[in-house]
Design a protein around this ligand. Structure first.
Ligand SMILES: [Zn+2]
Ligand SMILES: [Zn+2]
Length: 127
């Protein structure tokens, strides 16, 4: 017979794993980082023996995630409004372009820019 304690412990681990996986999935996807690996790592904590062990593993996963993820701020996508990493040219969620291109010097320009910061041209692509 399965003991109640084991069941409760399993339930807590499940909630912890699911919550962390969801959080890391959202953040990693916005940064175009390998989200699948982090979701799998979170799921693995269910099999860690003991609640303390699981919590410790989770802490380790978060520490590694935060030190290896692409740094920089997230900006809302002009199309789907989801937050995406500022260096990306395409939104990882709706796949649309989040940067404009200058038609004179061919540099990428921020979506809300009116003038190219490189050559001062106002001839920018619309999408
Ligand atoms: Zn988008
Ligand atoms: Zn330009």
């Amino acid at each position: 017979m399965i003991k109640l304690n084991t069941l409760v412990e399993f339930g807590i681990k499940l909630v912890l794993a699911a919550g962390s996986a969801f959080f890391l999935y959202r953040d990693a996807r916005a940064r175009d980082y390998s989200w699948l690996m982090w979701v799998i790592l979170c799921a693995l904590i269910i099999f860690t023996p003991g609640l303390i062990g699981a919590l410790f593993s989770l802490l380790l996963i978060f520490a590694i995630y935060y030190s290896t993820r692409p740094k920089g701020e997230l900006k809302p996508c002009p199309h789907c409004k989801k937050r995406v990493h500022h260096i990306l040219a395409f939104c990882p969620f709706c796949k649309r372009s989040v940067k404009r291109e200058c038609l004179r010097c061919h540099e990428t320009v921020d979506w809300d820019a009116v003038v190219c910061p490189h050559c001062r041209s106002t001839n920018l692509t619309d999408s």
